[in-house]
Design a protein around this ligand. Sequence first.
Ligand code: SAM
Length: 225
Amino acid sequence: MRDLLKQHIPNITEEACDKFVAYYELLIDWNTRMNLTAITEPEETVKKHFLDSLAALPFLPENARVADVGTGAGFPSIPLLIMRKDLRFTLVDSLNKRIVFLQEVLKTLGLSAECVHARAEDFGRDPKYRAGFDAAVSRAVAALPTLLELTVPLLKVGAKAYCYKGDVGGELETAKSALHLLHCTAEVMPVASDYGARTLVICTKNAPTPSTYPRKAGMPSKKPL
Ligand code: SAM
């Protein structure tokens, strides 16, 4: 695992290597008791989980407050936090078992982040969190129109949501209405990968989100904007 990490992640420190190894061991152990990931082979884990998660790393402002919406087993937030301790993460997931796993990961790795068990729709309406983030990240959670409704309300005006995607061709077209209603603009950034198309869709919030969004839990995916 250490050799793979050094081979795939440029300039990785020994300390970061230790943390990725400990994270991998916890993932494999807890995965026997709960559904965390289908990817368990070391090289696949380094490439498809760890390295893939780091795609937004160069774009996140220093000391940024960042929300990871639908974090699951901690992707992309845990790899980002291992590499950038300045980032102030809030990890959100609707499945409490995954939040319990993430609390154990943070404790073992000696990292600090806030973990919240909530539906993103409710989280985005909570005044404690709404419009309070410098960035949002989200990977493998929903189609783009749904994902925009779950992430954009969390952002300060001028901040960006980094949506981790595969091939986004058609999806961007279907997100036109969501982009308009949520007052944001999107750009597509290809991510280097040797196992198929990977992209970051970077959405900038240009004005406050209308108070109607996000709609009540379930609606953003049932009736995408
Ligand atoms: N982001 C992780 C990754 O890339 O491996 C997890 C992806 S997993 C396919 C989707 C995760 O999003 C699950 O953990 C699920 O519980 C969470 N999720 C889906 N819809 C959600 C919502 N509306 N609010 C909060 N979490 C949600």
